[in-house]
Ligand binder design. Structure first.
Ligand code: ADP
Ligand code: MG
Length: 292
């Protein structure tokens, strides 16, 4: 594009809170064919809330919450914050966790009051050799409603299910709709469980879901999607998303996201509004048209 077209395009973007970091970002946005969107914090508000706690037969709810909260207090994962807030709201007093271990893409483990406590997804439960028994069916039901289901295990036995909801952003569905209208394919990419992700994707009109992706594998997923020369944009907010943002032809960061995501991206959405993704692509296309 000509320098003038680039200045106009960049200025137009800035007015709408769509910050192109350089001319290449603006040009790349014109040719995007696939937009990959992170789920948590990008398509959803990233404000997870515990909606139900289901204990295994014979387990004291207060006691399980006490053990789980002790582990989650040591974790920086957004889901951990939701669990801790819920425990505190239910007057669960603090206990110290020892030997805390974060297991990326799985959850966390620690020793609390002499018990080994594991909190995380199905993958973590499997790793820990935890048998869900009667809780398995409830887990599937809750996941099918779009909730993230955290499994709490105490000394290798399933103790509780903690269902967590994170509402979609108000404009996520319209953003997907507008991207489709621009002829762009939309893909949801998440570390979360498949059933949970598919329910939310269905609500938003997204037909391709890549779920249960380990944090270290997000960038490789972008490489796969770029096969055959497809131009791929990635939209994300988390530290986990940074390698994928760097790999994409256009990395787009949510303004409310982490510093690492914002620094890595080519384009920043200052209003954290998914609708600004189609806006950015339209500005890019308009700019490119002017240079011809
Ligand atoms: P995402 O944030 O996209 O869900 P992560 O890779 O951070 O992806 O985590 C994948 C999954 O692992 C989460 O959806 C959750 O089920 C589980 N998990 C990770 N950390 C924790 C934690 N501290 N407490 C409970 N569950 C966790
Ligand atoms: Mg995220």
């Amino acid at each position: 594009a000509t320098p003038t077209a680039i200045m106009v395009g960049t200025g137009l973007g800035a007015k709408r809170g769509v910050l192109f970091k350089n001319a290449m970002a603006l040009e790349a946005s014109a040719g995007i064919q696939t937009v990959v969107m992170d789920k948590t914090g990008t398509l959803t508000k990233g404000e997870p809330e515990v909606t139900e706690v289901i204990t295994a037969p014979g387990r004291d709810r207060h006691e399980v919450l006490r053990l789980v909260a002790a582990v989650e207090r040591e974790s920086e994962h957004p889901l951990a914050g939701a669990v801790v807030r819920h425990a505190e709201a239910h007057a669960v007093g603090p206990v110290r966790a020892r030997r805390f271990e974060n297991v990326p893409g799985h959850g966390a483990t620690a020793v609390v009051d002499g018990h080994r406590v594991a909190v995380g997804n199905l993958r973590l439960a499997e790793r820990e050799g935890v048998f869900l028994g009667p809780l398995a069916a409830r887990r599937d039901e809750l996941a099918a409603t779009g909730r993230t289901v955290v499994i709490a295990a105490v000394d290798g036995l399933a103790a509780a299910l903690i269902a967590i909801a994170d509402a979609p952003r108000e404009t996520s569905a319209s953003a997907v709709h507008e991207l489709h209208a621009l002829g762009v394919e939309v893909v949801m990419l998440t570390g979360d469980n498949r059933a949970t992700a598919e329910r939310i994707a269905q609500r938003l009109g997204i037909d391709t879901v890549i779920a249960e992706v380990l944090p270290g594998d997000k960038a490789a997923t972008i490489v796969e999607l770029q096969r055959g020369g497809r131009k791929v944009a990635m939209v994300g907010d988390g530290v986990n998303d940074a390698p994928a943002l760097a790999q994409a032809d256009l990395g787009i960061a949510i303004g409310a996201g982490t510093d690492v995501a914002i620094e890595t991206a080519d384009l920043v959405l200052m209003r954290s509004d998914p609708l600004d993704v189609p806006t950015a692509l339209r500005i890019g296309r308009g700019t490119l048209r002017k240079m011809r």
